[in-house]
Design a protein around this ligand. Structure first.
Ligand code: PLP
Length: 432
C-alpha cells in the first residue's frame, strides 16, 4: 500500500485509496453503480480472467467505489490489502472458510458477539468444522486447547458485550508458537483506537456497520490482511494444493507481486467470487464518508462514554458497571497498554438494582436513547442483550460467554453529554 509514512490517521482516513477519476475529475469518490465492466477486446477479457492483467470484471468480485474503501481500510490498519463484504458476519465467515477445511478447528475466545458465537458453535459444524472456546483472559487456556487440527485463533478486541480486553501480544505468541494465524475482530475499537496488526495479529476483521459507518445507515464488513502469515505451511492445503477452480493456481506460491497478499487474493477469488457476499457500492460509499470523520467521532464517543461510566458508577441504582476506560475497571490495564490514550471505546455496560426485570423497565423509560439492536451509531442506543441479541444462546451459553442476565448495554453517541446524562438520570429516577 503506497502511502506517505508521515501522514497521520485523519489524513489517511480522508484521502487514502482515491487516485482521482480521470474522465470527470470528480473530487468526491463516485458511486459506480454497475454490475459489469466493458472488455476492450477478447484479449483484454481473457487477460483479466487469467490474472495476467488487473482490472474490473464484475461487481461481485470488485468495484471501483469499494476499491477506495478497501485501500483506505488497508492503509488505516497498515495491512497489505483489504476486502469488503456485505456484513461483518459475512466477513468473519468468509475469513474462516478461506483457510479451513472439513475436520479443521477454530480456537476462539469465548467472550464473543452472540452472532459470531452461534456461527462458530452451531453453523461451522454443518461443514465439518469445529470450534473450541478459551478464556480471553488466560492465554494458557488457549494453548491447552490447541491440537493438530487447529488452524486459526480468533479474538475480539473488546468482547461484546462484557467488554473484556485480551492481552493481544500474549495470544499472538501462542498463535506464533503453533503457526496458526491470529484473527482479530476490531469492530469495537476501529483502527483509530487500536491497530491489531501492529501487535501480532495476522488478519483484522470489522463490522463496518458500527463506528466506522457511524450513522446506523448501512451494513458492511471488511477483512484486512497483514501479509505477515506464511501460508506455504502445507497444513494450509487450500493455499498449497493447485486450485482446480482457478486454473490450478497455488495461492501460497503462484501470485507473483501479489504473493504477500495471498490471503486477501484467495478471499476475493474463492469465497467472495463463488459465494457472493459482496457489499453494495452505495454502502461502500457510505462507509467512505464514515471513515472521513471516524477520528473525530471516536474521540467524542469515548469522552462521552467515560462521563457516562463515571456518572453511573456513582449512582445508587447501579449494582455493577464495566467500562474499560475507567481506571478501576479490570480491563483498564489492557486498554492502557494497547489503545490510543487508554480510551475505552463507546460502550458502557452495567447492571441495575432490581435485576433483569428492572433492566427492561429502565430501557423503556429512556427517551433520548434509542432501544435498538446496534452499536456505534452517532445516536445513543440501549439494549438488554440477554433477552435480545444473545437470546439465541442457552442460559448456560450466556453464562459461559460471561453475559450476566441483568446486563444493560449502552452505546454512547456523540450528542451533548449533559443531555445523555439527563436522560439516564430520569430513567433511573423512575426505578421502583
Ligand atoms: N463483530 C462484532 C464485534 C459485532 O458486534 C457484530 C455485530 O454486532 C458483528 C461482528 C457482526 O456485524 P454485522 O452486523 O455487520 O454483520
Amino acid at each position: 500500500m503506497p502511502q506517505d509514512p508521515k501522514q497521520g490517521f485523519s489524513t489517511i482516513a480522508v484521502h487514502a485509496g482515491q487516485t482521482g477519476e480521470s474522465s470527470t475529475l470528480s473530487r468526491g469518490v463516485p458511486v459506480y453503480r454497475t454490475a459489469s465492466y466493458l472488455f476492450r477486446d477478447s484479449q483484454h477479457a481473457s487477460s483479466l480472467f487469467s490474472l495476467k492483467e488487473s482490472g474490473n470484471i464484475y461487481t461481485r468480485l470488485m468495484n471501483p467505489t469499494t476499491d477506495v474503501l478497501e485501500k483506505r481500510m488497508a492503509a488505516l490498519e497498515e495491512g497489505v490489502g483489504a476486502l469488503a463484504f456485505a456484513s461483518g458476519t459475512n466477513a468473519i465467515f468468509s475469513t474462516i472458510i478461506n483457510m479451513l477445511e472439513s475436520g479443521d478447528e477454530v480456537l476462539s475466545a469465548g467472550n464473543l458477539y452472540g452472532g459470531t458465537f452461534t456461527m462458530f458453535n452451531n453453523i461451522l459444524p454443518q461443514f465439518g468444522l469445529k470450534a473450541r472456546f478459551f478464556d480471553y483472559d488466560d492465554p494458557e487456556s488457549a494453548e491447552k486447547l490447541i491440537n493438530a487440527r487447529t488452524r486459526v485463533i480468533h479474538i475480539e478486541t473488546v468482547g461484546n458485550p462484557m467488554l473484556g480486553i485480551p492481552d493481544f501480544e500474549k495470544i499472538a505468541a501462542v498463535a506464533n508458537k503453533f503457526h496458526v494465524p491470529l484473527v482479530v475482530d476490531s469492530t469495537f475499537t476501529t483502527p483509530y483506537l487500536f491497530k491489531p496488526l501492529l501487535h501480532g495479529a495476522d488478519i483484522v476483521v470489522h463490522s463496518l456497520t458500527k463506528w466506522i459507518g457511524g450513522h446506523g445507515a448501512a451494513l458492511g464488513g471488511v477483512v484486512v490482511d497483514g501479509g505477515t502469515f506464511d501460508w506455504t505451511d502445507p497444513k494450509f492445503r487450500l493455499f498449497n494444493e493447485p486450485d482446480s477452480s482457478y486454473n490450478g493456481l497455488r495461492f501460497a506460491h503462484d501470485l507473483g507481486e501479489l504473493q504477500q497478499a495471498a490471503f486477501i487474493v484467495r478471499l476475493r477469488l474463492a469465497p467472495l467470487r463463488n459465494l457472493g457476499g459482496c457489499i453494495s457500492p452505495d454502502n461502500s460509499w457510505l462507509f467512505i464518508q464514515g471513515l472521513e470523520t471516524l477520528a473525530l467521532r471516536m474521540e467524542r464517543h469515548c469522552s462521552n462514554a467515560l462521563c457516562v461510566a463515571e456518572f453511573l458508577k456513582k449512582h445508587p441504582r447501579t449494582e455493577w458497571l464495566r467500562y474499560p476506560g475507567l481506571s478501576s475497571d479490570s480491563s483498564y490495564l489492557m486498554a492502557k497498554k494497547f489503545f490510543r490514550n487508554a480510551m475505552g471505546g463507546g460502550v458502557v455496560v452495567f447492571g441495575l438494582k432490581g435485576g433483569p426485570a428492572e433492566a427492561e423497565r429502565f430501557i423503556s423509560r429512556l427517551q433520548l436513547f434509542s432501544h435498538v439492536a446496534n452499536v456505534g451509531d452517532a445516536k445513543s442506543l440501549a439494549i438488554h442483550p440477554a433477552s435480545t441479541t444473545h437470546s439465541q444462546l442457552s442460559s448456560e451459553e450466556q453464562s459461559s460467554s460471561g453475559l450476566p442476565p441483568d446486563l444493560v448495554r449502552l452505546s454512547i453517541g456523540i450528542e451533548d453529554v449533559d443531555d445523555i446524562l439527563r436522560d439516564l438520570e430520569q430513567a433511573l429516577a423512575g426505578a421502583d
